[in-house]
Design a protein around this ligand. Structure first.
Ligand code: HEM
Length: 487
């Protein structure tokens, strides 16, 4: 067959036109044994892809339409590709639905090369300047958390025994951190314009990943279809463009190069001094969109997963709270300087991140030239999917990988272990640019919320499923909690 002749990695036989992608589009009951968990729920793509590695090996191939895609499984393979062969495997593919919207500009979907490198370096340094990973961002994050706590209390009192859905409040607090860094302002969670913007971004992603609009990737002209989700996608894109263009215009009007307030101001300033023509308002537009999308759902979902694991494992919640009480007491706000004194809390955060991998299939990579990899030929232009989920569930790396056990991240003296194959932020040159910011937000959110409240499921509610909903990120299915003040 074609695969053997070209020495490309093995894999299941593709269908005409749709390739192996048909297997994901066809309802799970037709897919039979691949499609369902034992409780009857549909398996997410990363679970199916991990199972396929047992059949075809850790490097195998699929076809999305006629596009060749290679799935990398397990730590050794993922590290070998993204670190040791990073020059070849750090490019991003030209995925029609995404290219239409990003024009391959910004950071996340920009091709690997000098422009991406310069833009990423500038944004990383600027965010750092405005407090990323430093103590100066702490007050901003803690202010957001203070209002989450007030609102949780208020809503909990009004909800009786039904409990509160924490998702909108957490999402709002997280996106406000990005807003402060990029736009120099934050918004109330009931602000209409802000909520609209968050909803639009959510809907845009949802349509691109979880609707018939995925077919644009196989038949790009569908994007111009005058009805259904295709029309809606163009509408959403138009609305986001209007919002972001207004943000940039407002900054231009009030811009003072001697007092840059945020990333947008810093970028406008850089544009005036840089001779490099890639620093343009157009590029800035895509960077703002990227940071919003990359920095909101990932972090918010991680906090929500941690709260969910806490209500499902009250004994672990007890231990985290005992540690917080001992180090912080019940009144002092947490600070990043407390991190080293709260190893069990940190291990709990890491264990939830291991089990729930916020971006389970990373962001697709692409081979920028034809290369030999682990005995196979990977042709130029192959879509590369680093399966981070498979790394975190590998039974050869983790004891009883499906069980929740924060202790695996601690040594015999209770000190935090550095485990190399724990890679929720990816690895190599395309590693998450917001890793430090995300770690800061997760630590402060978890310590602050668990210091203030005991979380439990509403009485009589069946425990929510832990399978989650997979788009580009893995979100917990909606759930409600009851909160009990501890102070
Ligand atoms: C990329 C994880 C939060 C900005 C990524 C990737 C992963 C990831 C797995 C893809 C790596 C690859 O393609 O190989 C996470 C997780 C987060 C988080 C688990 C939270 C818990 C953030 C935040 C920001 C951010 C808060 C905002 C500053 C980015 C950017 C990229 C990226 C810009 C693209 C990097 C590039 O292509 O060069 N993230 N992320 N992320 N992340 Fe995050």
């Amino acid at each position: 067959n074609r695969r053997d002749l070209a020495n490309i990695p093995p894999g299941p036989k593709p269908w005409p036109l749709v390739g192996n992608f048909g297997g994901f589009l066809i309802p799970s009951f037709i897919r039979g044994r691949f499609g369902l968990h034992s409780d009857g729920t549909v398996k997410n793509a990363m679970v199916v892809l991990t199972e396929q590695a047992n059949v075809y090996g850790n490097v195998y191939s699929l076809f999305v339409g006629s596009q060749l895609m290679v799935v990398l499984n397990g730590y050794e393979v993922v590290k070998d590709a993204l670190s040791n062969h990073s020059r070849v495997f750090s490019d991003r593919p030209d995925i029609p639905a995404i290219t239409i919207m990003t024009k391959r500009k910004g950071i996340v979907f920009a091709p690997y090369g000098p422009v991406w490198k310069k833009q990423r370096k500038f944004c990383h340094a600027t965010l750092r300047n405005f407090g990323l990973g430093r103590l100066s961002l702490e007050p901003c994050i803690l202010r957001g958390l203070a209002s989450v706590k007030t609102e949780l209390m208020r809503l909990n009192e009004g909800s009786g025994a039904a409990g509160v859905d924490p998702a909108p409040l957490i999402r709002n607090a997280v996106s406000n951190v990005i807003c402060s860094l990029i736009l120099g302002q934050s918004f109330h969670h009931e602000d209409r314009q802000f909520r609209n913007m968050l909803d639009l971004m959510d809907r845009g992603l949802e349509i691109c990943v979880n609707s018939p609009a995925v077919l644009i990737n196989i038949f790009p002209l569908l994007y111009y279809f005058p009805f259904g989700v295709f029309k809606e996608l163009r509408q959403v894109e138009g609305d986001i463009t209007v919002f972001l263009k207004r943000v940039i215009a407002n900054h231009r009007e009030t811009f003072n190069p001697d007092h840059p307030r945020d990333l947008v101001d810093m970028y406008l300033k850089e544009m005036s001094v840089q001779e490099d023509s890639s620093f343009t308002e157009d590029y800035l537009f895509y960077i703002i969109g990227d940071l919003f999308i990359a920095g909101t759902d990932t972090t918010a979902n991680s906090v929500l997963w941690i709260l969910l694991y806490m209500v499902l494992h009250p004994d672990i919640q007890d231990r985290v709270q005992a540690e917080i009480d001992e180090v912080l007491g019940t009144h002092r706000d947490p600070s990043m300087t407390d991190k080293g004194s709260l190893p069990f809390t940190e291990a709990t955060i890491m264990e939830v991140q291991r089990l729930t991998v916020a971006v389970p299939l990373a962001i697709p990579h692409m081979a920028s030239s034809t290369t030999e990899f682990r005995g196979y030929t990977i042709p130029k232009g192959t879509l590369i999917v680093p399966n981070l989920w498979s790394v975190h569930r590998d039974p050869t790396l983790w004891d009883d990988p499906d069980s929740f056990n924060p202790g695996r991240f601690l040594d015999d003296e209770g000190k935090l272990l550095r485990i190399e194959c724990f890679i929720p932020f990816g690895i190599g040159p395309r590693v998450c640019m917001g890793e430090q910011l995300a770690k800061m937000e997760l630590f402060l959110a978890v310590t602050s919320l668990l210091q203030a409240f005991r979380f439990r499921l509403p009485e009589g509610t069946p425990p929510p499923t832990l399978n989650g909903r997979f788009g580009l990120t893995l979100a917990p299915c909606p759930y409600a909690v009851c909160v009990h003040p501890r102070r």
